[in-house]
Design a protein around this ligand. Structure first.
Ligand code: SF4
Length: 341
C-alpha cells in the first residue's frame, strides 16, 4: 500500500459481502475509504449465478487450511456451499448453453473436510448428483496432491461415477507441486504434505502422477521458482523430479514467485528474470520441453470440450507445429542455463 496506482478505491476481499453497499455509496457521492476490506461470506451465502459462467465453472467452496506462505486462498477460512446451491449453479449453466462443468475450489477433496480427511461419502454424493444433471463433461479445478495421496480410492471412484473412458475421455485438475525441496517446503509450506510428512513429498508427487495416468486424469502443475531462501541445490531437486515425470501427459507451469499483499510473504520482493540462476533457466527450459512434448496430445484430448469447427482445429494444429519450431531455440538456450534472450 502507499503506491500510486491511479484509481479512486481498491476493494479487497469477497464481493458478496460489502461490495454492493460500497458501490451504492460511491454512486450516491458519499465518502468511501481508499482501500476497503470486504468481509468473507458463509458458504450458504455464496449466491447462485444468473447465467452460465466461463468454462462452466461452479464454485463449491472457498479457502484452504494448508496455509502456504505465498498464497492468498490460504488467508481465507475454509467453507463450502450446500449441495443444493451447487446443483442450482450447474442447472443454470446447463440451461444457458454450457455443456461442460468445472467444479471449483482450492482442493476438490476438501469438500466437507472433517476430522483430518476428505469426506468420501459427501464428495461422491456431489459428483453423482452433478452427473445426474447430464453435463457433457465434468472436471475439477484444483486438487491437493496430499489429499489425493491420502484417498487414492476416492479418485478412482470419482472417475467411475463421472465415466472417464466411457462418457468422457479424461478428467483434468490444476495441482500445485511448487517445489520438491523439503527444506523450502518446511520454510514456506509446512502443511503441504499433511497428513504425510514433508519428507514424503517427492514420493507423493510421483505416486499421484502414476495414479493420474492410470485413471486418465490430466494434471496441470504449477512450480514456484525463486521462493525466499531457495538455492541452486533446491532447484536441481525439482528439475530431477520433472525429468522423472516427462512421460506422463500434462502441463508444467513454472511461475516466478510473486508477492501478494496480506500473505505471510507479502512484504518480500518478488523474483525476477535478473535474479534467476542458471539452474532456474534449466528448469524453465525443461518445463517448456515437457509442454511441447504433450501439447499435441492435449489438443486431441481437449477436443471433446471445444465447440470449435475443423478450421479452428486445423489452425491450432498449425500453431502447435509453429510452437515446436519457434520455441525450440529458446528451450535449448534455457536448458544450457542461459536466459531465453
Ligand atoms: S495448498 Fe494450494 S491453495 Fe492451499 S495454501 Fe497451499 S498453495 Fe494455497
Amino acid at each position: 500500500m502507499g503506491e500510486v496506482v491511479g484509481v479512486d478505491h481498491i476493494y479487497l476481499g469477497e464481493g458478496e459481502s460489502d461490495f454492493p453497499e460500497v458501490c451504492r455509496k460511491i454512486i450516491a457521492g458519499e465518502k468511501v475509504p481508499h482501500v476497503i476490506r470486504g468481509a468473507a461470506v458463509l458458504g450458504e451465502a455464496i449466491p447462485v449465478n444468473r447465467k452460465a459462467t466461463i468454462g462452466g465453472i461452479v464454485e463449491i467452496g472457498r479457502g484452504c487450511w494448508r496455509g502456504c506462505a505465498f498464497c492468498s486462498p490460504a488467508m481465507r477460512t475454509l467453507r463450502h456451499r450446500p449441495l443444493e446451491k451447487i446443483l442450482e449453479d450447474v442447472r443454470v449453466n446447463l440451461i444457458y448453453g454450457q455443456k461442460d462443468i468445472i467444479l471449483h475450489s482450492e482442493d476438490f477433496f476438501s469438500y466437507g473436510y472433517c476430522m483430518g480427511k476428505p469426506d468420501e461419502k459427501k464428495i461422491l454424493e456431489l459428483v453423482t448428483a452433478v452427473k445426474q444433471l447430464h453435463p457433457k463433461t465434468i472436471d475439477v479445478s484444483h486438487l491437493s496432491l496430499a489429499s489425493v495421496h491420502q484417498s487414492q480410492g476416492l479418485l478412482r471412484a470419482i472417475s467411475e461415477v463421472v465415466g472417464v473412458g466411457s462418457s468422457q475421455n479424461h478428467m483434468s485438475a490444476w495441482i500445485g507441486i511448487e517445489t520438491v525441496s523439503c527444506r523450502i517446503l518446511e520454510m514456506h509450506m509446512p502443511n503441504k504434505a499433511r497428513p504425510a510428512k514433508i519428507g514424503n513429498w517427492p514420493e507423493i508427487v510421483r505416486d499421484c502422477y502414476r495414479l493420474f495416468a492410470e485413471e486418465s486424469w490430466l494434471p496441470v502443475a504449477s512450480l514456484v521458482l525463486g521462493l525466499p531462501g531457495e538455492t541452486a541445490e533446491d532447484v536441481i531437486k525439482t528439475t530431477d523430479l520433472v525429468e522423472s515425470l516427462m512421460d506422463y501427459t500434462g502441463l508444467m507451469l513454472p511461475l516466478f514467485f510473486t508477492t501478494i499483499a496480506d500473505t505471510k510473504l507479502g512484504g518480500r520482493r518478488g523474483f525476477a528474470g535478473e535474479d534467476a540462476l542458471p539452474e532456474h533457466w534449466q528448469l524453465v527450459g525443461l518445463c517448456l520441453e515437457y509442454n511441447l512434448r504433450h501439447l499435441k496430445k492435449l489438443h486431441r484430448l481437449y477436443r471433446e470440450r471445444m465447440t470449435a469447427g475443423p478450421a479452428v482445429h486445423a489452425a491450432l494444429k498449425g500453431i502447435n507445429l509453429m510452437a515446436d519450431i519457434m520455441l525450440s531455440k529458446y528451450m535449448k538456450r534455457m536448458k544450457r542455463g542461459e536466459p531465453p534472450n
